[in-house]
Write a protein that binds this ligand. Sequence first.
Ligand SMILES: Cc1cc2nc3c(=O)[nH]c(=O)nc-3n(C[C@H](O)[C@H](O)[C@H](O)COP(=O)(O)OP(=O)(O)OC[C@H]3O[C@@H](n4cnc5c(N)ncnc54)[C@H](O)[C@@H]3O)c2cc1C
Length: 255
Amino acid sequence: MVELETAVVGQPRRLPWLAATVAAKIPETPEATTVLFDVPGWPGHRPGQHVDVRLTAEDGYQAQRSYSIASPPEASQLALTVQRLGDGEVSPYLTDEVRPGDLIELRGPIGGYFTWTVADGGPLLLVAGGSGVAPLMAMVRHRAAAGGGPPATLLYSSRSWDEIIFRDELAGLVVADDGLAVVHTLTRSQPPGWTGYGRRVDAAMLGEVFGPPTAGAVAYACGPTPLVERAATDLLALGYAPDRIRTERFGPSGG
Ligand SMILES: Cc1cc2nc3c(=O)[nH]c(=O)nc-3n(C[C@H](O)[C@H](O)[C@H](O)COP(=O)(O)OP(=O)(O)OC[C@H]3O[C@@H](n4cnc5c(N)ncnc54)[C@H](O)[C@@H]3O)c2cc1C
């Protein structure tokens, strides 16, 4: 689908493809890697937005996928955090093949609904599954860069301790800011002595972590489709208003 943005005059216009240079790669987990880009001409973004990435083979074959922006607007480089899917076409290329100095085409920022800044208020309730933490991390990082903001709670579902993306950074942000809470659930394996959640996100967990709806609360859920649909359904059942629940679905399979 051709992605359009609305220009000032109200006429939709096609976003241009930009040449982004790979500046660095940061291994996050055994399967997830952050790719940092320098993007001349980048117009800026809001936390929660994504880009389209387009790869072109020597024979002209092109593949295009969406990736959320994990960096906050305050950062000088654009960060995409990509989970490698073993049989995938694009994600293994981004995690394993690209090298600093490589040029990749991307366009954005895309998306106006799944966005949040401190000016939007809160409390901010975040539900992430796997690499679905990427756009929510842009919100958390933006909140930190702004020096705080409304209370924020991230409920983050990962398969195992080793697969928690941004684990150390999140822990550091929690220590530095008593307005931020991060609660992990580990769905497949838990380390010895683990006392946290060890199951998929459900209504009871959402109720315990977020409590009943409060004035101003806004929820964002992002990750595999089943997790996002479950979280949205359960938040509605807990009494959160439909227009205060925003969702982004990454893909077809479960985490
Ligand atoms: C708005 C948006 C933002 C996204 N942001 C990110 C991001 O920040 N980080 C990230 O890693 N991914 C993100 N994705 C998913 C990404 O666009 C690709 O779908 C994913 O990287 C797989 O692409 P691929 O070419 O490697 O796999 P493909 O060749 O497309 O598919 C390989 C196999 O994996 C299955 N599959 C495809 N996508 C997924 C998925 N997301 N989860 C599980 N199985 C899948 C397919 O059904 C197929 O069996 C986002 C998707 C959307 C729509």
